[in-house]
Design a protein around this ligand. Structure first.
Ligand code: HEC
Length: 110
């Protein structure tokens, strides 16, 4: 009986870990990776522009925002040349990039 219980616990934990690996939620990704440059609440920092109230984020669709996240922005494409470095391309899965783009466009703007 005890071993069946342990097996069930292992199974449930395995499933929840697998879920976490498939797609992190957008807020977690933002806090862990993007906030270092864009600020915890998207307020910006000396090395990244504010994303809260940001025109590009507000007026672009998810695909365009995702594109900046996955490819970064450098050279003549830059819109904020006063910041010391480029927006680096982020090594995220497509699903994670989509989740963080959605977070930026919705909850982060509140
Ligand atoms: C190392 C610092 C850094 C990190 C980390 C970073 N960014 Fe950026 N990001 C920048 C800079 C600098 C720019 C401005 C680039 C430019 O001049 O257009 C930028 C621009 C952007 C823009 C376009 C803003 C606009 O006004 O056009 C978006 C959207 C964005 N970042 C999202 C993210 C997301 C989401 C993450 C995390 C997955 C992230 N960034 C991680 C530095 C960073």
């Amino acid at each position: 009986m005890k071993s069946i219980f342990l097996l069930l616990v292992a199974l449930v934990m395995g499933i929840s870990f697998a879920g976490a690996a498939i797609a992190a939620d957008g807020k977690t990704t933002f806090t862990n990776i993007c906030a270092a440059c864009h600020g915890q609440k998207g307020e910006g920092s000396p090395i990244g522009p504010a994303l809260k109230g940001n025109e590009f984020v507000k007026t672009s669709d998810i695909a365009a925002i995702k594109n900046v996240i996955l490819k970064g922005r450098s050279g003549k494409d830059r819109k904020h040349p006063n910041f010391p470095a480029d927006m680096p391309a982020q090594a995220l899965s497509d699903a994670d990039a989509e989740a963080v783009a959605n977070y930026e466009k919705n909850d982060l703007q509140k």
